[in-house]
Ligand binder design. Structure first.
Ligand code: NAD
Length: 306
């Protein structure tokens, strides 16, 4: 495999691109020829306030390096306006990076309605609204690359982040279905869980660890997944510190919990629980049909006395 991966002629919208990881993605796309919409509301980490400064600075930085970029200051809660900036300035949208994010960490009992709602509105609903606004244009052009940004906090859970974990797992579900619906239109949708130094992680990780987790290490994976030569869709990738790995769901081979002509009982479940939870024998269903198939096969194996 030879040749630089370029994005000449492609239009990319990066949400939350005024700082942190999003800024890095925007700069990297700009350096490789893409026309970049730098979206950022410019508020604080909890989602309060707004300012045009951060998006403007990134646009200037891209232009100074010879690239093309334009700013958009709307919240991702107004996804159509974000995408309209791409259409007004560049006539289309090829790539969407749903990166904008905030944190409102609290232990579960202390999460207020606002802590819950704002997090869902920015991360999950914002990703939905920006992507939906872009979708019809991608469909018409038979081309699209979409990235959802999740978090290890969503994939595994993290103390004090129930609101954020729920939203970040929500975008994984959204991407799972978009990758299926987008297939016939050449629209790919992948999900990345980054770990990197930013204002979000500044106070929660030790400094020596943070300095190893440069945002510059994440951007190359985002670019690869968005390139026209990358055929992946529906993947979830953990990226950080110069390392990338793919994550997927595993399912134990499981246990039969009924016998022929009989229902299931809690006692049968109890007596087979160890086997049901034993990952030494497992399946990796690639889709909903493969997963459902296991249950159907189990039913017929009992009926046929196998
Ligand atoms: P960051 O705070 O540096 O950047 C987030 C940017 O999003 C900010 O510039 C902010 O102004 C912007 N933003 C916030 N709400 C917005 C809205 N409603 N509309 C438009 N822009 C908005 O944080 P970061 O660490 O660069 O995070 C980027 C993304 O990566 C987030 O989705 C975050 O949840 C995710 N993430 C980051 C890490 C990490 O280690 N840094 C880990 C897991 C996930």
């Amino acid at each position: 495999m030879v040749g630089e991966l370029r994005f000449d002629g492609k239009v990319v919208v990066v949400t939350g691109a005024g700082a942190g990881l999003g800024r890095n993605y925007a700069l990297a796309f700009g350096e490789r020829g893409a026309k970049v919409v730098v979206n950022d509301l410019g508020g604080d980490m909890k989602g309060e306030g707004k300012s045009s400064t951060s998006a403007d600075k990134v646009v200037e930085e891209i232009r100074r390096k010879g690239g093309e970029a334009v700013a958009n200051y709307d919240s991702v809660e107004y996804g159509d306006k974000v995408i309209q900036t791409a259409l007004d300035n560049y006539g289309k949208v090829d790539i969407v990076i749903n990166n904008a994010g905030i944190l409102r960490d609290r232990s579960f009992a202390r999460i207020s309605d606002l802590d819950w709602d704002l997090i869902q509105r920015v991360h999950l609903r914002g990703s939905f609204l920006v992507t939906r606004a872009a979708w019809q244009h991608m469909k018409k052009n038979k081309y699209g690359r979409i990235i959802m940004i999740t978090s290890a906090s969503g994939l595994y859970g993290n103390f004090g982040q129930a609101n954020y974990s729920a939203a970040k797992m929500g975008v994984v579900g959204l991407a799972n279905t978009l990758s299926i619906e987008g297939m016939k239109y050449n629209i790919h949708c992948n999900t990345v869980a980054p770990v990197a130094e930013s204002r979000m992680t500044k106070n929660i990780m030790p400094e020596d660890i943070l300095s190893a987790l440069k945002p510059e290490f994440v951007a190359p994976v985002i670019l690869w997944l968005c390139h026209e030569s990358c055929n992946d869709s529906g993947g979830v990738f953990e990226v950080g510190g110069g390392h990338v790995a793919k994550v997927r769901l595993m399912k134990t081979a499981g246990a039969i919990i009924r016998s022929k002509n009989q229902g299931s009982t809690p006692e049968m479940v109890r007596d087979n629980w160890e086997k049901a939870c034993d990952f030494r024998d497992f399946n990796v269903p690639a889709n909903i049909a493969e997963s459902t198939d296991v249950a159907c096969k189990a039913y017929f194996s009992v009926e046929e006395g196998r």
